[in-house]
Ligand binder design. Structure first.
Ligand code: PHE
Length: 357
């Protein structure tokens, strides 16, 4: 019995997989197994012999059974370990290389401006970039002979020979959306319109395509004072400061009367721009009370309704806020520039979350 025990324990210890364990179980304890046959011999023994051999055989059977079970469990653990090691995966790795794309400063600033004006009750309107002569000029009180047409360096679309209709233009400003939105929603309106505009001009502060945001508020009793408050609130929120001096400078636009250009106080000390301090002034927008002829052109009765409008350069205020010296770089698609001046993709500007943080 001791020989049997030694033999099977060493065979079990050497077994390499679960199939070998099962084979050993059958050879030892199966119906015709070596130990089972010994059990059968018990019947031939004398009662005295059986009394010692019976329990001893049972004990051997139990010992081999538990050695088989322990070895089987150990082999299972080892197999699981090997599989876990083989299928190891670091789920904390980023799914893509970090910071591949960034939000362009123009998009960022458009979102910031929209968040600020949305908070003041303005909704966003849009209009086409290829605009009719009527919406871009005439409806805005800029008739055919008006010098403003020449000053705007307009891009015209092609008309075939003999077609005498006025050509369409690439809109030179977002102001045509004033007319379109009054036509669409009626007199009472409060909108901003961010978008692309085009003028044939190219230097450090001008590109043939750039961005403006138009503002328009029309109601029964909207005055210049409302305009001033709205713009002051905007400038403070946008530059994220408690106080910014702004200056309304009398100006002229065909579509507003009276008209004012708005400057903000700044300094250029040491070649870097600081908004809100210093002795210099920087123009950021044009504005005024909507001209009665413009209301009329949009089908709004100027004896009943009045309001203000403004137009601001998005690229310009982006350059000011984020210290970007050359406008042309905005549109070069230089990856190094985009990585440097771009914004984190999930950092959506909100007033409560902080616009630019
Ligand atoms: N459209 C003007 C421009 O492009 C800006 C402006 C808009 C001025 C609305 C007054 C009112 O320069």
């Amino acid at each position: 019995m001791d020989d049997l025990k030694a033999k099977y324990l060493s065979l079990i210890a050497a077994a390499g997989d679960e199939a070998a364990i099962e084979d050993l179980r059958i050879t030892a304890l199966g119906k015709k197994g070596e130990i089972s046959l010994q059990m059968r011999e018990l019947g031939k023994m004398s009662p005295e012999e059986r009394q010692t051999a019976g329990p001893a055989l049972n004990a051997l059977k139990d010992e081999i059974n538990s050695a088989l079970a322990a070895k089987k469990a150990a082999l299972g653990d080892a197999a699981l370990d090997a599989r876990l090691r083989g299928e190891w995966l670091d789920v904390t790795l980023p799914s893509r290389p970090r910071r591949q794309g960034t939000i362009h400063p123009i998009s960022q600033v458009t979102e910031e401006v929209t968040a600020i004006f949305a908070d003041m009750g303005f909704s966003v309107a849009e209009g086409p970039q290829i605009e009719s002569d009527w919406y871009n000029f005439d409806a805005l009180n800029i008739p055919g002979h008006h010098p403003a047409r020449a000053e705007m360096d307009t891009f015209y679309t092609h008309r075939s020979a003999g077609d005498n209709r006025p050509p369409h233009v690439l809109r030179t400003h977002t102001s045509p959306v004033q007319i379109r939105s009054m036509e669409a929603t009626g007199a009472s309106t409060r909108i901003i319109c961010p978008g692309r505009v085009y003028r044939a001009d190219y230097d450090q502060t001008h590109t043939p395509m750039f961005h403006q945001v138009e503002g328009l508020a029309i109601d029964k009793d909207i005055s210049m004072a409302n305009l001033k408050w709205v713009l002051e609130e905007f400038v403070k929120s946008y530059f994220e400061v408690d106080h910014v001096d702004i200056r309304f400078r009398a100006s002229h636009f065909p579509f507003t009367e009276p008209s004012a250009e708005v400057d903000i106080r700044c300094s250029w000390e040491g070649g870097t721009l600081k908004v809100g301090e210093g002795d210099d002034w920087l123009e950021i927008l044009g504005s005024g009370m909507v001209h009665p002829k413009v209301l009329q052109a949009a089908g709004v009765d100027p004896t009943q309704w009045q309001g203000f409008a403004f137009g601001m350069g998005i690229d310009r205020i982006a350059m000011l806020k984020y210290g970007i010296p050359d406008l042309r770089a905005f549109f070069d698609s230089d990856l190094r520039w985009l990585r440097h001046y771009g914004f984190a993709a999930l950092d959506v500007p909100t007033l409560h979350g902080g616009l630019s943080r």
